[in-house]
Design a protein around this ligand. Structure first.
Ligand SMILES: [Zn+2]
Length: 305
């Protein structure tokens, strides 16, 4: 039986339920050398974000994949408190983002040493807690992979092989996506263990289909900020082409912005349930397909092993 790691421990994949596979509770864009828990108050973050999470729980959402990586205000204690207060199942991550959100050390150590740090979080917990990551989050630029990105993705491949965790990469375009898939395959990582994040930003559908054909997850995660058409058009084409078991839908919304008074103006996470699913029905997408997209696919995407 497949399992998924939440901030409250391991659950059966069948317990995941309706899931948002890419959202944020908190982000800090100050940079790796500046960001840290000294820059915010945990109680204030929880109090600010709790109503947004409660709104989701009321809409029937059971699980929330929090995609803020280390050095961008990943705070597993905030997530566990929100989980305890609202009943939402949160999934957090290990891994690192891209420049300028990488610490100096990342440029100096090897991919193997980087992977060892992430594997340590999987084995021993994050930031001195017993909370373990449920996936590996990385990021690349929308261009051919630079040297540092190759190192970070190689580390992700090593850590995925060791832990069984899926990798999600902020990618945006098909060119780096295809390079990442080749890199992963060269390290014996199945493309089914990789999520192409922000895939709706690839406007050339032929290229998008080429990436999908490699077997990875295609995440259309601009709901509520991109136009509905910008998500609906590639989604309907992907469904038409038979890729319904590889598509993930989310908002990339939230979040408490560290450094802004009161955390700024978080965006709600409800466009999918309130607007986009009714729109899908209008376009003839049946309930079973909607269940596959929102329940079954996340459960398979984040299954460990
Ligand atoms: Zn994001």
């Amino acid at each position: 039986m497949a399992h998924i790691m939440t901030v409250q421990g391991e659950i059966d994949a069948t317990e995941l339920g309706f899931t948002l596979p890419h959202e944020h509770i908190m982000v800090d864009f100050a940079g790796a050398e500046t960001a840290g828990p000294h820059r915010y108050n945990r109680d204030e973050v929880v109090a600010t974000m709790r109503p947004f999470v409660e709104e989701l729980v009321a809409a029937g959402v059971k699980s929330f994949v929090e995609c803020s990586p280390m050095y961008l205000a990943r705070d597993v204690q905030v997530l566990r408190t929100l989980a305890e207060q609202t009943g939402m199942q949160f999934i957090t991550n290990t891994g690192q983002y891209k420049e300028p959100y990488l610490p100096q050390e990342t440029f100096q150590i090897s991919a193997e040493e980087l992977a060892a740090q992430w594997i340590d979080e999987w084995v021993n917990g994050i930031d001195g807690t017993d909370i373990r990551p449920g996936f590996i989050k990385t990021a690349v630029f929308p261009d051919p992979l630079a040297v540092t990105q190759v190192k970070v993705m190689t580390a992700a491949a090593i850590a995925s092989r060791e832990t069984g965790l899926t990798i999600g990469t902020h990618t945006c375009k098909a060119v780096p996506a295809l390079q990442i898939i080749r890199l992963l395959e060269s390290r014996q990582v199945d493309p089914a263990k990789w999520i192409f994040i922000h895939a709706h930003q690839e406007e050339d559908f032929d290229l998008l289909r080429m990436v999908a054909a490699a077997g990875c997850w295609i995440e259309l995660d601009g709901l509520g900020s991109a136009s509905d058409a910008a998500i609906l058009t590639p989604l309907l084409k992907l469904l038409d082409a038979g890729f319904q078991r590889q598509v993930l839908l989310s908002h990339d919304a939230g979040w408490y912005t560290v450094g802004k008074p009161g955390g700024g103006t978080p965006r709600p996470y409800t466009h999918l349930t309130s607007t986009f699913i009714p729109l899908l029905r209008q376009f003839g997408v049946d309930d079973e397909t909607i269940r596959v997209l929102t329940v079954e696919n996340p459960a398979r995407a984040f299954a460990i092993g």
